[in-house]
Structures are given as C-alpha cells and as structure tokens.
Design a binder for this molecule. Structure first.
Ligand SMILES: Cc1cc2nc3c(=O)[nH]c(=O)nc-3n(C[C@H](O)[C@H](O)[C@H](O)COP(=O)(O)OP(=O)(O)OC[C@H]3O[C@@H](n4cnc5c(N)ncnc54)[C@H](O)[C@@H]3O)c2cc1C
Length: 440
C-alpha cells in the first residue's frame, strides 16, 4: 500500500505519476483538512464571494501541465494579462520598480541612478547574502528603499541573513538603458516574469484539481500524528492507523521531524527546527464596485501599511464575486523564528480597511459587503543562512528511514503549483524506478 500524505499539488502529482506508470497497489491520499487542495484550496462563501487560500494563479510555461489542468476543467478558464504594480509613499509604480522610476521624487531617482552606475563599475568579490546581491545588482539606494524593505515585510528576515539561492527570475535585473528609460519615460515595456496567467472560470483555483480526486482513495480529516518507520505504521489524530509499504509525504518537514516520526535523532530534530517558514494572515474584503484597480496584485513597501501584498480576485475571474462587485485579499506575514504572530486574523480586519482607505483604493462611502479572514501556518520557505545545512540533515535522515518527500514543504523550496506537482511526480518516479512497487 502506498500512502500519500497531503492532497495538494504535490500529493496529486505523486498519485498521477503512479497511475500513469500503471502501479498496481492501492493508492491512498490523506489530508488533515476536511477539503482537498492544500494551498490551492478555494473557499466559496454563502454571499457569492470566492477566495483562495492566498492568491493563486497558474502561470506555468509547462505545456503538459497547462493541458492537464485545462482538461481537468473542460477548458473553462480565463486568460488574464498580469498587470502588477507597487505602492510606495503615495506613489503607484509599475512593476518592477527598478525600471519604472518615473514619477518618483527627483532626488531619489538621482541617487538611485548614481548608485546603480557605481554598482555596475564596482567589483563585488564573492556575494554571500541577499543584501550584498541587492547592492551589487541595483546599488545601495534602490536596495535600501525598495527590495530590502519589502523583503523584510514578506520574508520577515533581514536581507543580510538571507541566501540568494531562491531568486531565479523573481527580481528583474535591468541594464542601465532600461533604468534610464524607466526614469525618464512614463511608459515602458512589460518585463515581469509573469506575463499572462490562467485561472478557472468557476469555483476558484481549486477547481483545477477536481479531476484528480479519482486518482486514489482520498481520506480527509486524517491528520497524521505519528509514523513508526520500523513497524511501518501511520497514526492519525482521529485514532485510526494505517500500515504502509511506501510513504510519499508533502507534510512540512519540521512537522515530520519534530512532531510526527517516532524516535527522530536529536540532531535531526534540531535541524528541523532551524527550517524557517513564514505564516500569513489573510483578510478578504468584498466591495459593491469593481473599478478600484486594474492590477492583479500590488506590492506595498511602506512599513506603516499593515499588508505586504494585495490581490484582486474579481480580476482573476468575474465569477469569484457577485455581479458588479470587487474583491481584495490582503496578506500579512509573520514567522515563528523572526516575527511571531502577535494578533488574531480578526484583529487585522479594521487596520486593513483603514490602510485601504489611506492609499485610496477604497473610499469612506464604499459599501463593504464581505469581510472574512484566513490563516496559512506554512506560507513561504525562508531562505535564511541556516537553511541549506539544516535541509541536508533532514533530507538525509528521511532518505535513511525510507520516507519520500515532495512539494513546497517537503523539498523546502520556493516552488509554485506546477513545480510542486512535478516534485510529487518525481518522488513517485523514484519509487517506481526502485522497483519496490509492482506494476500491472
Ligand atoms: C500566499 C501564497 C500564494 C501563492 N501563489 C501562487 C500562485 O499564484 N501560483 C502558483 O503556482 N503557486 C503559488 N503559491 C505556491 C503554491 O501554493 C505551492 O507551490 C503549492 O500549492 C504547494 O503544494 P504542495 O502540495 O507542495 O503543498 P500543500 O498545498 O501545502 O499541500 C500539503 C498538504 O499536506 C496536508 N498536511 C499537512 N500536514 C498534515 C498532517 N499532519 N496530516 C495530514 N495532512 C497534512 C495539508 O493539509 C496540505 O493539503 C503560493 C503560495 C502561497 C503561500
């Protein structure tokens, strides 16, 4: 029996590959939640609003996954241009800010340009952290005004305590000509790494997973609380147990090593505790109009604005709101290691509304017709300087005890839905290749 722990993209990626490979054994997927999808879950409210578990769009270039998801929903998806912007001290700035400085205070632009040119002519030696990388790529003024401040709000940790192995295409690196053009012209080419995206027309992002339900026997409300790797037995909080031949887990690594697997060596427990992750309070707001922005999401740099990012689900699909209405989802980040949660989600509602009014997105006379909250205990992996070594220890131990890991919180990486799906597929493939499971 193959037990897959988690019904998010990674868990379903694993089940999908096992089925594709014609695996004979029974496949069972477990989730602690009463619904499938993990982070790709969507919540349909009684008043007609739909909010995802944090904003989710599909921007994968992987044609195979595009096709698979589209087939799952009978091709009923929206294709949307990804308009993204930034808010800084009353200015709305096209994204990425480094090549869209036009309209910002002249003194700031001069300093950014001066430092940018100097950085281009300075040899940097070995770059050992994110702060050094930002100084080298953008110069001190831009680094300290924008990405270091945003990074602290989003990752909860200072740039000098962050590695650079998560960057990928995330921070655009313009040449001098692009920076100058962006400083002088009000219109610039779009260079964001997400250009267009897809989103299910109906029922929110989780609808993409609907067809995956048939891949295995799904057991919801089954929180794994113990794994005996010698006796090959899983224990659940509802009192049930399940024997296993193989496990593929997408459960967050620190949970596995600290709370779940029996008799984990102390050094592995300690390593697991060093793996840091943000948590996120979500505040969902519904308004009786939908003309307050054309950005799909906006990054907020000001430290006195409570939210880090806003997204606008009504622009992903009009069917996520009652007709004529608009919706806003605010994200506020914390982390056990660097900024422990110090308020309840409900306590964030009024400050979010106040700041939405302060930055002019909504007005005093707007009718707020929906308010709700959510909490994501594991949001983004923090790439602090402890991560690499701690991860090696934890993964090494899981390899030893024969637990296969996958997904954002099994790989412990900054991966998107398509990558989580492929990660699950890869974990399943290693199992198939090991010939430990029988094919039809
Ligand atoms: C705020 C936010 C916004 C994002 N936006 C995007 C986006 O726009 N596009 C994109 O492609 N990606 C986005 N992502 C990333 C995306 O959510 C993840 O890459 C992907 O969903 C991870 O899937 P997963 O299966 O690895 O993890 P999860 O979805 O977390 O699945 C793990 C599953 O394990 C279950 N589980 C955990 N512990 C236990 C236990 N003890 N017992 C049983 N079950 C358990 C959980 O309930 C969950 O269902 C975003 C992530 C966040 C946090």
């Amino acid at each position: 029996m193959i037990r897959i722990l988690g019904t998010g993209m990674a868990g379903f990626g694993a089940a999908h590959r096992l089925r594709q490979e014609g695996i004979n054994s029974e496949i069972c997927l477990y989730d602690k939640n009463s619904y499938i999808g993990g982070h790709t879950a969507s919540f349909e409210m009684e008043d007609g609003f739909i909010f995802d578990d944090g904003p989710h769009i599909s921007f994968t270039d992987d044609k195979r996954i595009q096709r698979l998801l589209a087939d799952n929903i009978n091709q009923e998806y929206e294709t949307v241009k990804a308009t993204v912007n930034n808010y800084w001290k009353g200015h709305w700035v096209k994204h990425p800010a480094q090549c869209n400085l036009h309209g910002l205070p002249a003194d700031l632009i001069v300093d950014v340009l001066d430092d940018f040119i100097e950085a281009k002519h300075t040899s940097n030696g070995d770059i050992t952290n994110y702060k050094e990388w930002l100084y080298a790529k953008f110069g001190k003024t831009f680094a300290e005004t924008f990405p270091m401040v945003y990074g602290k709000k989003y990752h909860t940790v200072d740039a000098e305590n962050m590695d650079i192995d998560w960057l990928g295409p995330r921070l655009y690196q313009p040449d001098l000509k692009e920076v100058l053009e962006g400083a002088l012209k009000s219109s610039t080419p779009d260079v964001h790494y997400v250009d267009k995206f897809r989103y299910p027309t109906n029922h929110g992002f989780v609808h993409y997973l609907e067809n995956f339900k048939k891949l295995g026997d799904i057991k919801l409300n089954h929180k794994v609380v113990g794994i005996d790797t010698e006796g090959k037995l899983i224990r659940f909080s509802n009192g049930k147990t399940a024997e296993y031949d193989e496990i593929i887990s997408s459960i967050p690594l620190p949970e596995l090593t600290t709370n779940i697997i029996d008799n984990v060596p102390d050094e592995v427990v300690e390593a697991g505790k060093k793996l840091a992750c943000t948590s996120c309070i979500l505040v969902n707001i519904g308004i009786d109009r939908n003309d307050f922005t054309d950005a799909i999401w906006t990054y907020f740099y000001d430290t006195d604005i409570i939210f880090t990012r806003l997204s606008f689900p009504h622009l992903m699909s009009p069917n996520t709101v009652p007709e004529g209405c608009g919706s806003i989802q605010a994200e506020i980040y914390f982390s056990d290691k660097y900024r422990p949660v110090d308020r309840t989600p409900e306590e964030c509602i009024e400050p979010v509304i106040t700041d939405l009014k302060r930055c002019g997105l909504i007005n005093e006379d707007d009718k707020i017709i929906h308010k709700s909250t959510g909490f994501i205990p594991y949001a983004n992996v923090i790439f602090d300087l402890d991560r690499q070594e701690a991860l090696k220890t934890v993964h090494g131990y899981l390899d030893e005890v024969g637990i296969r890991y996958c997904g954002r919180y099994g790989d412990w990486g900054y991966i998107w839905t398509d990558e989580a799906f492929r990660s699950g597929e890869e974990a399943a493939q290693t199992l198939v290749n090991s010939k430990l499971v029988a094919k039809k």
